[in-house]
Design a protein around this ligand. Structure first.
Ligand SMILES: [Zn+2]
Length: 358
């Protein structure tokens, strides 16, 4: 759908009348002559000013300058497309403790005070972290990871977001299929990033980073479906938050509760750790079991993903492949438990998706 809005680019004082196209992938800001001036991905949108009553409200996008001002009724439309559109206000410790309840507070206290960072305890604590806090941390981590990739490639951060309509539509189709499976209650969102590095990473709160390089490394739609299903498994099983709580309980607690520069500093170090550290023992097998269940549920063949898991370490890329060492026995077990018979996408749809970020 399209609505009218006022747009300020965050660099000059002037505001402009614009048309904003709203769909599942995000907001496209267009001038009167249909020229695109900004693309704000859904997972990065924030309500920054929402006055009481029926006044106009403002929306921002993480890591991108600028503000959009909408008339009050549009808020309902935005919530339709993005049910969990977060407020920008940070989550204060007290509010968070109230939300999480005393059980979570006690667990976190144990983790921090005694550094009892055992895998089981970290997972229990992770399950008690409120979704809003996990999402806020995940968004910040995503921003920092994308910013570090941009810096390494000497490109502007804005240029790291994939914005090819056909490829994104094909990706949306694949995600729509995967969302019919056991991950549907989980609430995951995939953010496509434009880098040749094969990166694929699940973050706290359900955001999954997918690079153009990972799509290329997958090689076909069924393997990519398996790789994404594996990440959805990590999300469903609270692995990303558990991994952070286990490796750096105090830093994770501060990153979950602090806002602004302090929270940013904590999450910057977590962002580095998240891409290096393996999950706890058994987490990868659990995510693989989840992946095959999901593929079976939606009828997609598991063989290509199993084959990739047997040989995937040959694919370059620091994030995903080093964290997922291959195992021929595991791969064979995956192949045998797959009962799906269908392709994940029609060949021409995969061709469109394979060109993601190129
Ligand atoms: Zn994994």
């Amino acid at each position: 759908m399209r609505v009218r809005a006022l747009y300020n680019d965050g660099r000059r004082a002037a505001t402009h009348r614009v048309t904003v196209a709203i769909d599942e992938t995000g907001l496209i800001v267009m001038t009167g002559d249909e020229r695109r001036v900004a693309l704000w991905p859904a997972g990065r949108l924030r309500l920054v000013e929402r006055p009481p009553g029926r006044g106009p409200f403002r929306v921002a996008c993480a890591e991108i300058d600028g503000r959009l001002t909408f008339a009050a009724p549009v808020l309902e439309n935005l919530h339709e497309y993005y049910p969990r559109l977060p407020d920008r206000e940070g989550i204060d410790l007290l509010g968070w403790a109230k939300m999480a309840g005393w059980a979570a507070g006690a667990l976190i206290f144990l983790l921090v005070a005694f550094n009892l960072a055992t895998a089981g305890l970290a997972r229990q604590a992770a399950a008690l972290v409120p979704q809003a806090a996990a999402s806020a941390l995940g968004d910040r981590l995503a921003g920092q990871i994308v910013a570090s990739l941009a810096e390494r490639e000497a490109r502007p951060v804005d240029a790291m977001t994939c914005a090819q309509p056909e490829a994104l539509a094909a990706l949306g189709e694949l995600l729509g299929i995967l969302a019919q499976g056991p991950g549907r209650e989980v609430g995951f969102a995939v953010r496509a990033i434009d880098t040749a590095e094969a990166d694929l990473l699940a973050l706290p709160g359900g955001q999954i980073l997918l690079s153009g390089g990972a799509v290329a490394a997958a090689g076909d739609a069924e393997t990519l479906a398996g790789l994404l299903a594996h990440q959805i498994g990590h999300v469903a099983l609270d692995h990303p938050t558990a991994r952070l709580l286990r490796t750096d309980p105090a830093g994770t607690l501060f990153a979950l509760t602090a806002d602004g520069a302090a929270g940013g500093a904590f999450s910057a170090s977590l962002a580095v750790q998240l891409r290096r550290l393996p999950h706890e023992d058994g987490a990868e097998r659990a995510a693989d079991r989840f992946a095959v269940q999901l593929l079976n549920h939606v009828g997609v063949v598991a063989g290509p993903y199993a084959a990739w898991r047997a040989t995937g370490s040959a694919v370059p890329g620091p994030g995903f492949t080093t964290l997922h060492p291959t195992d021929a026995d595991d791969a064979e077990a995956l192949r045998r438990s797959g009962i799906g018979q269908y392709a994940a996408l029609a060949p021409e749809r995969w061709q469109a998706l394979a060109g993601l970020c190129r």
